[in-house]
Design a protein around this ligand. Structure first.
Ligand code: TYM
Length: 330
């Protein structure tokens, strides 16, 4: 069985629709046929300041969402990154292989750091993608299911794997990004030129917010000139984004939806999509609440996941250390 690994940040607590359609949905599908490792990346979360209590709660909320969305802990190793110390350890090794300029070219870093003054940008934000490379390489991962915004980090990961292998001998599998084109980039409902993201709450649909609020956000989504419901990313980016979401949540093809809404307006589309989303998310929210009701059981699931992850990660790290020339402990 080919190996997959992916991660998600616990920073916001609730995932948004972009996280689900761009990534987590693929995680759920892939666990059927792949050897899957999924982690809540709390080490990555502290690259920006976190309140300790909130971080701890959000890590559980993230794990609960993954379970509620269909990650099966019997099939997949579901764990929290900080429980597997090998991530930080291999992260250091990878930092020593990365060029300063190379890290500086990461567009996510450039975007995130541009919003702050130099002293507010931690070095961890700069080395963030290098830790991500370690996450992936520790598991000899073949596929990494992510959204479009992670493509550049995946390229860096591949470069680092190849660089290490060339310098020290074949140690890491060179992974591939697994990006599903249709849902690789879900757009902001208020600004269909930007991706849906945690930094812009108004245009973001959260899985854990009141679905009435989500339906309202969908109803007030920015649409386009005209009134025909047609998929056209250039002329009608707003409507196209709604059609993408609708299609992904119902499994109905876009042309079928276009036919359905022929002669009706954007208003009908938005109203119905609000209902579709509500129907999808209501049972998910109930399951999240049930998992959070029993944090001890949730922590047990995560402990088991970490144990399985360490079995693989420790072997890879030991091999890498040996290749580098670290003296083996007697
Ligand atoms: P994060 O937590 O920002 O997002 C989690 C996943 O959601 C995807 N995503 C989107 N997909 C489509 N449309 C959107 N608008 C949208 N917004 C977010 C992201 O592409 C991601 O797949 N660096 C990663 C976390 C990470 C990781 C890893 C991923 C750490 N280590 C190892 C893969 C492998 C991140 O910040 O994701």
């Amino acid at each position: 069985r080919p190996r997959v690994l992916s991660g998600i940040q616990p920073t916001a607590g609730s995932f948004h629709l972009g996280n689900y359609l761009g990534a987590v949905r693929q995680w759920v599908a892939l666990q059927e046929s792949h050897d899957a490792f999924y982690c809540v990346v709390d080490l990555h979360a502290i690259t920006v300041e976190q309140d300790p209590k909130t971080l701890r709660q959000n890590s559980r909320v993230s794990a609960a969402q993954l379970l509620a969305l269909g990650i099966d802990p019997e099939r997949s190793a579901l764990f929290v990154q900080s429980h597997v110390p090998e991530h930080a350890q291999l992260g250091w090794v990878m930092q020593c292989l990365t060029g300063f300029g190379e890290a500086g070219r990461m567009t996510q870093f450039k975007d995130k750091s541009a919003r702050q003054t130099a002293d507010h940008v931690g070095v961890g934000l700069f080395t963030y993608p290098i830790l991500q490379a370690a996450d992936i390489l520790l598991y000899q991962t073949q596929f990494v299911p992510v959204g479009e915004d992670q493509r550049q980090h995946l390229e860096l990961t591949r470069d680092l794997a190849q660089r290490f292998n060339k310098r020290y001998g074949k140690t890491f599998r060179v992974p591939e990004a697994y990006i599903v084109k249709d849902t690789a980039k879900i757009y902001d409902l208020q600004d269909p030129a930007a991706k849906m993201s945690k930094s812009v709450p108004a245009g973001m649909v959260e899985l854990l917010e009141d679905p009435k609020r989500s339906a309202k956000k969908i109803r007030s989504a920015v649409t386009d000139a005209g009134r025909e419901v047609v998929f056209d990313v250039v002329e009608k980016p707003g409507v196209s984004n709604l059609l993408t979401i609708y299609s992904a949540l119902t499994g109905r093809a876009v042309p079928e939806l276009e036919a359905d809404y022929a002669g009706r307006g954007y208003g009908d589309l938005k109203k119905d999509l609000g209902e579709v989303f509500t129907e999808f998310v209501t049972p998910v929210q109930a399951r999240v609440a049930a998992y959070l009701d029993d944090p001890a059981e949730l922590d047990k699931v995560l402990a088991r996941g970490a144990e399985r992850a360490r079995e693989v990660a420790s072997v890879t790290l030991a091999r890498a250390y040996e290749r580098i020339g670290f003296l083996a402990p007697a």
